[in-house]
Design a protein around this ligand. Structure first.
Ligand SMILES: *Cc1c(COP(=O)(O)O)cnc(C)c1O
Length: 380
């Protein structure tokens, strides 16, 4: 009978109430600054559109994404809030962005020229955020190029092609509270804003703060904050604090159902290259999730799951579609639930635990969950 009931092989359940609660915490921390919920990379793997809606319901008033396709997908879903897409390469269909009222970022004059041409093609001014590199050494205009970028933007604006709505930058060490570069970048950002104003620009929003700075560096809030990972209830880093201490609730719970349980003798090698060998007669449980689903192969003999009431380590190599858990003599059968990570309330590992065990960050753990794993949204 149980075998006739439709139940997923695996799923990532995303509690949108947790997204709302965490967003509300961020909105409160932001004080008088507005909140841009960052929903790039499919909402950090949580499902972009449902999470965007939940964040807007909880008080966020902007959305941020990396690439143009993400912004256009938000518009196609009927979302009308301001959206900033900050990462485009030369030759992308910017007129589509302008027509869809998507804000674009420019770190260089050639990018401004492309945006101005797109505005001409779309027959309306483009909304632009000028990006300054205040020390991250990634996107943004270098300090020496910034005045010319502001002058070029002012010239396009005078022609009616651009509306410079924002000046912005991004931190290198916001997750290391008290790091000297944080104050240094805030100072250089203020200088960049002054230069923009001297060029005649009057940006409505100056923005610099990611999750970590939103939570712990109020002097970095300016007019708008851009939290991402924390919208999904995860801490931006161990030095910033744990989710619960920060008023965040992890939204995702990744689980699967045991696909096969079998008794094997001692000395049985398990999975490719036999990186685990059974010590005694034991039960092996097969879990139908693998590296194609986002379980890192580096979790071989390392990652932990909750199964039959206990935390247990992955036994042997993580394969493309599956891995094995050695459960000893504990009663486990096909169909039993295996929790890879969740908020941690029921003893399951958290995304933070996985990140610590594998030497990475929780961002990578949740973002890499593959498209074969259905996202099930609760409280939509
Ligand atoms: C991803 C990203 C954010 C959000 O960062 P979190 O650490 O997830 O809060 C903000 N701004 C930019 C430019 C980003 O790339």
């Amino acid at each position: 009978m149980g075998h006739l009931v439709a139940a997923p092989r695996a799923c990532a359940v995303v509690d949108l109430d947790a997204v709302r609660e965490s967003t509300a915490t961020l909105v409160a921390r932001a004080g008088s600054a507005a909140t841009m919920a960052v929903v790039k990379a499919d909402g950090y793997g949580h499902g972009m559109v449902p999470c965007a809606r939940a964040a807007l319901e909880a008080g966020a008033s902007w959305l941020g994404v990396a690439v143009l396709e993400e912004a256009l997908a938000l518009r196609a879903a009927g979302i009308t809030a301001p959206v900033l897409a900050w990462l485009t390469a030369p030759g992308e269909p910017l007129p589509d962005a302008v027509a869809a009222d998507v804000d674009l970022s420019a770190s260089a004059e050639w990018a401004l020229d492309e945006i101005a041409a797109a505005a001409r093609a779309a027959g309306r001014p483009a909304r632009v955020h000028l990006k300054a590199d205040t020390g991250l050494g990634r996107a943004g205009a270098a300090a020496g190029d910034w005045p010319a970028l502001c002058d070029a933007a002012a010239a396009h604006q005078a022609e009616g092609l651009l509306d410079v709505v924002g000046v912005w930058s991004h931190f290198a060490f916001a997750d290391a509270p008290g790091h000297p570069t944080v104050q240094g970048q805030i100072g250089r950002f203020r200088e960049a804003v002054d230069i923009a104003e001297k060029a005649g620009l009057r940006p409505q929003v100056r923005h610099l703060a990611n999750s970590a700075a939103t939570l712990v560096s109020p002097e970095a809030h300016f007019d708008l904050v851009r939290p991402g990972i924390s919208v999904y209830g995860l801490s931006p880093g161990p030095d910033v604090g744990r989710s619960a201490e920060l008023g965040l609730r992890p939204a995702m719970r990744l689980s699967a159902r045991v696909a096969l349980a079998k008794r094997v003798p001692p000395g049985q090698g398990v999975s490719y290259a036999h990186r685990h060998v059974t010590a005694a007669e034991t039960t092996l449980a097969l879990v139908p999730l693998g590296y194609a689903d986002g379980v890192p192969r580096s979790a071989t003999n390392l990652g932990e799951v909750l199964l039959a009431g206990r935390r247990r380590r992955i036994a042997g190599t993580v394969c493309m579609d599956q891995f094995v858990v050695d459960v000893g003599d504990d009663p486990v059968s096909a169909g039993d639930e295996v929790v890879l990570f969740g908020p941690g309330d029921d003893g399951e590992p958290t995304a933070d635990d996985w990140a610590a065990a594998l030497g990475t960050i929780n961002y990578e753990i949740v973002t890499r969950i593959g498209s074969r794993v259905p996202r099930v949204h609760l409280n939509g």
